[in-house]
Design a protein around this ligand. Sequence first.
Ligand SMILES: *Cc1c(COP(=O)(O)O)cnc(C)c1O
Length: 413
Amino acid sequence: MTSRAAELDRLDPLAWVRGEFIIEEGGPIYLDGNSLGRCPRAALEILRKAAEADWANGLVRSWSSWFDLPARLGSEIGRLIGAAGDSTRVSDSTSVNLYKLASAALRRNPARNRIVTDDLNFPSDVYVLREVAERAGGLLTIVPSDGIHGPVEGINEAMGEDVGVLSLSLVAYRSGYLYDGSRLGKMAKSFGSLMLWDLSHAVGAVPIDLGEWDADMAVGCSYKYLNGGPGAPAFLYVRPDLAETLAAPIPGWFGHAEAFGFSLDYTPGQGIERFTVSTPPVLSMAAMEPGLALLNRVGVEAVREKSISQTAFMMECWTGELESLGFGILTPTDPARRGAHVTLSHEHALAIDLALIEEEGVIPDFRGPNGLRLGFSPLYTTFSEIEEAARRIRRVVESRRYEKYRSVRPRVT
Ligand SMILES: *Cc1c(COP(=O)(O)O)cnc(C)c1O
């Protein structure tokens, strides 16, 4: 008898995409593509060319093609997020981009120096937003949630005429809650505030249409579902007409209207250009190309369809195999309200996570205080892997093999 998982894999129209990634035969079941995506085969070839032909031999002459990389890769990402024309750039890290855009937004109007976010947001975002608000003489309001679902009503109540920015993660890093982008954007607008999205756990996993949502600003990572590689730079988006009215808080030479004019006076570049600051990490950016090309070829709609059935399948595995062993679920059960990862709760989640990595060849991650986070990348995760991972999670708990990890506190989870 073939298992349900094997049947789902056989019918999967995206099954071929897995072959585009470097995947060790008999290697671990990788459920952390939402933290660091796998390496596309083509990335190694491109990195070699970027290092040998462009750097070692081309030297400074290669800047003529490198110079356009932030815009070229930005437009590839733009296609994945519904960004109009020339409105997205690759630059810096997500946290830095968040700082740049939130600061620029608050500088527009000193009377609007409060920022609103929720407690599902990524801690780095919260630190950055608090700093930006306090620097502007305001404060950060963190709307409490139930730990799983976005507190939409609470956000509505927290908004007001002193709010310059509403900033949320479209998909929450821990619970996987997916906001309604259009609805929240309208809410921000009804209070005269700007909407700033963090798309880190959403881009490449769920449909995003910043243009349709009339979104103001967005930032996001490229090393998660975009498979851009460790330390790949982030991206940022600003609605074209809004960008013209914002001042960049770090007016660097790459954001200048004429970078090689070497004028001592700063003239901001057009629109989004002014937010690029300075010399980009060229080798890291070269590695981003294959992942973006694959996603644009496959299309986010197909990714989303597979993703919903994978997270639903995991939830079935949870009901069938794991619920009775003390596992709860920290992810919305409504598929329309969740991204591409499922987080289980367990009293011994960290010890179980470590035992899975060390002894069972399964790589999830731990998100405190009690979350075992399972990320499914539709480009390469199979249904059979999900089924097998659930079986091994069950085995580790039933055999109590996690117990010897109970006092281990790793620096990185
Ligand atoms: C992964 C992630 C980040 C990471 O930020 P870096 O500046 O790239 O380290 C930030 N915000 C969110 C929501 C994330 O998921």
